[in-house]
Design a binder for this molecule. Structure first.
Ligand code: DGL
Length: 276
């Protein structure tokens, strides 16, 4: 993956979960500029059909390209699971999803070859993790479980709450029964629930945080920012809606105040790919 040196790193998500990936990019690539788009008006992507998620993802990618990004990070597992091949074909810049970095980390970490995946209905139904892992190693056992209630619990800020612990316990019980030793957090909302999830699975199960792994992959492959761009990182945050409690939720996922945000209307987004 060779990335050119001009322009910011573009990142998009269905909403604000992708800010966990931005947070890791800030940690691991502090000199890089990020342009983020969260499709907050059309979230969640998890329960939607692949066709709809692909169409939304194409519009989001074109929006970022129109802002001059030099690469696109698909900071949404659902969009990465179903739209990556289309985006790779259509975009003139490198496109990085969150599935492969997470799956590769799981392959590195597992001792027993028994891997669990939690994610949205869309991600689990796509079998993107299962297919990738099986293609790398025939002896790997993979079991995925959709956990749709975890997204609203994370957004509500119930990161360390008995209700969240109970819900995680219900979802994860079948994976523990399968004696997994590694669990991929296959949704960009889940890193904020890591502490509770770790408590439920116990210390012997390794959690894979795709945000950390995706930023690490970028770190390895990204040519450094153009040194003539001396202004320092000026990050840009765009959303398609500014929901109630947006600043508060965004801060939870980003780990710092988000600052000013720009709203992109649905009309603008839908016009991006032109009419039929
Ligand atoms: N960001 C999405 C993901 O990682 C979760 C939220 C949604 O369903 O849109 O799959």
């Amino acid at each position: 993956m060779a990335l050119t040196m001009q322009g910011p790193i573009g990142v998009f998500d269905s909403g604000i979960g992708g800010l966990t990936v931005v947070r890791e990019i800030f940690n691991q690539l502090p000199n890089e500029t990020v342009t983020f788009f969260g499709d907050t008006a059309r979230l969640p992507y998890g329960p939607k059909s692949s066709e709809t998620v692909i169409q939304f993802s194409r519009q989001n990618a074109q929006l970022l390209l129109s802002r001059g990004v030099r690469s696109i990070v698909v900071a949404c597992n659902t969009a990465s699971a179903v739209a990556l091949p289309t985006l790779e074909r259509e975009c003139p810049v490198p496109v990085v999803g969150v599935i492969v970095p997470g799956a590769e980390a799981a392959l590195r970490e597992t001792r027993t070859g028994r891997i669990g995946v939690v994610g949205t209905r869309g991600t689990i139904a796509s079998r993107a993790y299962d297919n990738y892992l099986a293609a790398q190693r025939a002896d790997i056992f993979v079991r995925g479980v959709p956990c749709p209630l975890l997204v609203p619990l994370a957004e509500e800020g119930w990161t360390d709450h008995p209700v969240t612990e109970r819900v995680v316990g219900e979802y994860i019980a079948p994976l523990l029964a399968e004696k997994i030793d590694t669990l991929i957090l296959g949704c960009t909302h889940y890193p904020v629930l890591k502490k509770t999830i770790q408590k439920v699975v116990g210390p012997d199960v390794v959690l894979i945080d795709n945000a950390v792994e995706t930023a690490a992959l970028l770190c390895e492959n990204l040519a450094p920012a153009d040194p003539t761009e001396t202004a320092g990182p000026i990050h840009r945050f765009m959303v398609s809606d500014v929901p109630h409690r947006f600043q508060e939720e965004a801060e939870l996922f980003l780990g710092r105040p988000i600052g000013s945000i720009e709203q992109i209307t649905l009309e603008e987004l839908e016009a991006i790919l032109g009419g039929p």
